[in-house]
Design a protein around this ligand. Structure first.
Ligand SMILES: Nc1ncnc2c1ncn2[C@@H]1O[C@H](COP(=O)(O)OP(=O)(O)O)[C@@H](O)[C@H]1O
Ligand SMILES: [Mg+2]
Length: 366
């Protein structure tokens, strides 16, 4: 028995019956309150806590079934065992449907009292279990709500951090740009323009992170498309014959991999703009090509071509080639140059891995 002296309320207009049931239940350790009318029963039920209510079907003022609904309307209502004098299964079914925990047929010559005691014990046990389950479910709900709120707060903070980092990097890029503008030395100008491009490549990753729902992934095509727009601005977007085109397979990559790919792309595009077209500007094509277990990043131009050795084989490599080599190593990839007629194609090949996921279709991006 869950309680030491479980409290039972019996609502029945037959005082003799109430007495009989009380005597029996009190001998078994229950504490019993009798109410001989519907009104008295409702009052007792509202005034204190009972573990079980025994409710008679036939009451003078009110039908037991309608009283059943009233008794259950209070919060934490005790379970109700319905008492019926008739061998009428329809009443029992109606009572169970209306929410009674159990029913017992009043048959004073049979095992009625024993059945009643069993019904009371079962009702108490079932109710205790139900309440325990409700408590546990409420605790799970609260924990889930708290977790959700924490996760939302965390995502918001991360977005905020990425926003700030992106703004700071953009500020640094602007400073480099202005410094390049005021310098009278062409080499210094060129070096600062390249440094500006590299910083923008990193800034763009943070920008795409704070605008995305999932900070673990960067959509490569979106990232490179906006990086290319930045680079067009940096290298004098006013020049109408400088065209950088882009097309990319639908893949997502980790922010770290995005930084590496972004920096390599920046170097290759700036090289094409700087070296391929000494007398002006021309086409640069950037392409992300997905193969079975590898990805190719291609940057092509129709320019003068690499003169002697390809850039990556030169003995005295420029800073650009060293940066590219470092980033390629991070991606476990390699860079090679192919001669086009006319022009140059730089191909960075790196393997697919856990830091890259291929989207089934463009639709999966949203
Ligand atoms: N698209 C290209 N077309 C022609 N020459 C190129 C191209 N890309 C690179 N090169 C050659 O490779 C060299 C090395 O490039 P890099 O390491 O980026 O150094 P930098 O750009 O500072 O000269 C360049 O100086 C240039 O001669
Ligand atoms: Mg370069």
């Amino acid at each position: 028995m869950p309680n030491k002296n479980p409290r039972i309320l019996i609502i029945d207009d037959d005082e003799g019956f109430c007495q009989l049931v009380s005597n029996r239940l009190e001998r078994s350790g229950f504490s019993v309150v009798s109410a001989n009318s519907a009104a008295a029963g409702l009052e007792e039920n509202a005034a204190s806590e009972f573990d079980v209510v025994l409710l008679d079907h036939v009451l003078p003022e009110q039908d037991g079934l309608s009283l059943l609904a009233a008794l259950q309307s209070r919060s934490n209502a005790p379970p109700i065992v319905y008492l019926t004098g008739m061998q009428d299964s329809r009443v029992a079914v109606a009572a169970l449907k209306a929410g009674a925990a159990d029913y017992v047929v009043k048959d004073l010559h049979g095992d009625f009292l024993l059945l009643l005691e069993n019904a009371i014990t079962n009702a108490m046990f079932t109710t205790a279990l139900k309440r325990e389950r409700e408590r546990a479910e409420a605790a799970v709900r609260t924990a889930r709500d708290e977790f959700k709120a924490l996760a939302e707060e965390r995502a918001l903070l991360l977005r905020e951090v990425n926003h700030r980092v992106s703004n700071s990097l953009q500020l640094i890029a602007s400073l480099l740009h202005f410094q390049g503008d005021v310098s009278g030395n062409a080499d210094v100008k060129a070096a600062l323009k390249e440094a500006n491009g590299r910083v923008l490549a990193v800034a763009r990753v943070h920008r795409s992170l704070y605008t995305s729902f999932d900070v673990r992934w960067v959509t490569l095509s979106d990232y490179l498309a906006s990086l290319i727009r930045d680079l067009e601005d940096v290298s004098g977007g006013e020049s109408s014959n400088s065209v950088i085109s882009f097309s990319g397979a639908p893949i997502q990559i980790s922010p770290d991999a995005a930084v590496s790919i972004g920096i390599v792309t920046t170097e290759l595009i700036l090289n094409a703009l700087k070296h391929a077209y000494p007398n002006g500007r021309g086409q640069v094509r950037v392409l992300i090509r997905l193969r079975e277990s590898e990805i190719d990043l291609l940057v092509e131009d129709d320019g003068v071509g690499t003169q002697d050795d390809p850039p990556e084989k030169k003995k005295r490599r420029g800073l650009g080639q060293r940066i590219i080599a470092g980033m390629a190593e991070k991606l476990e990839g390699a860079l090679r140059y192919e001669k086009l007629s006319p022009g140059t194609r730089a191909v960075l090949t790196f393997p697919l891995g856990d830091h890259i996921r291929v989207l089934e279709s463009e639709k999966a991006l949203t």
